[in-house]
Write a protein that binds this ligand. Structure first.
Ligand code: ADE
Length: 238
């Protein structure tokens, strides 16, 4: 999958995408990330990409010309994918949207900065707008990284364990059960006995109950949308 990222801070992306699973996915050619510096498309010698808003008010607005030229360049280079603007005004990003994006072969991620982008650019080029949550970042760069990371791990062959993406929190509306590794006793606290007895049906049952318990305590909003199998319902009634 190809991600073209349009940003005035391309260097922000270098090290976060150079580690772990994303590094390996890039090396194996499963994902390709191309960074475009919007400043390269500014037409004055100060490489200006923003200006004051018409009508007055706080902050600066990203100018339409450099953004347009940057999108046209990546389109001309062959990326015909969806142009997505990262903005707090976008639809709320979710695992469901990550799954939807993972079916596409390329994306163009536009990182907004300042008080936003010129409306004429947004209306003409941005086919989708995403927000990663109800808080304001200094720009769309971190949000673009969130999208790249969460989409990449869903692509075939990117995760070591092929079914771990399926079993994640949010493939169902349940938070993950608690996890333990060695040592068996850490500072006086034992790993729950059931996890050490090798009975897989019991372990699955225990994990399911703990996942429901945790979801009920922390995210009851998720639980009311979840549906259970008859076997799960029996476990919950115990
Ligand atoms: N830019 C600034 N805040 C953002 C957010 N919450 N999501 C996406 N892009 C943003």
């Amino acid at each position: 999958m190809l991600f073209d990222v349009l940003t005035i801070f391309p260097s922000l992306f270098v090290s976060p995408l150079e580690e772990g699973i994303l590094r390996k996915a890039r090396q194996e050619g499963k994902i390709r990330i191309q960074l475009t510096d919007i400043r390269d498309f500014a037409d004055d010698r100060h490489a200006t990409t923003d200006d004051r808003p018409f009508g007055g008010g706080e902050g600066m607005v990203m100018k339409p010309e450099p953004l347009t030229a940057a999108v046209e360049k990546v389109r001309a280079a062959g990326n015909t994918g969806r142009v997505i603007l990262l903005t707090p005004q976008g639809r709320r990003y979710s695992q469901e949207i990550a799954r939807e994006l993972a079916t596409e072969s390329s994306l163009i991620l536009v990182c907004g900065r300042y008080e936003g982008v010129d409306e004429r650019f947004r209306a003409a080029f941005c086919e989708d707008e995403l927000s990663i949550g109800d808080y304001i970042l200094t720009g769309g760069e971190l949000a673009a990284m969130v999208v790249i990371d969460s989409v990449s791990r869903l692509l075939p062959g990117v995760l070591g364990c092929p079914d771990s993406a399926e079993r994640d929190t949010f493939s169902r509306r349940l938070l993950k059960h608690p996890q333990y590794t060695r040592p068996r006793n850490f500072r006086g606290v034992d790993v729950p006995e059931v996890l050490t007895n090798g009975n897989h049906a019991e372990i699955e049952g225990y994990r399911f109950i703990e996942a429901v318990r945790r979801t009920l305590a922390r995210r009851p909003d998720l639980l009311i949308q979840e549906e259970f199998t008859p076997q799960e319902s029996r476990l919950l009634q115990k």
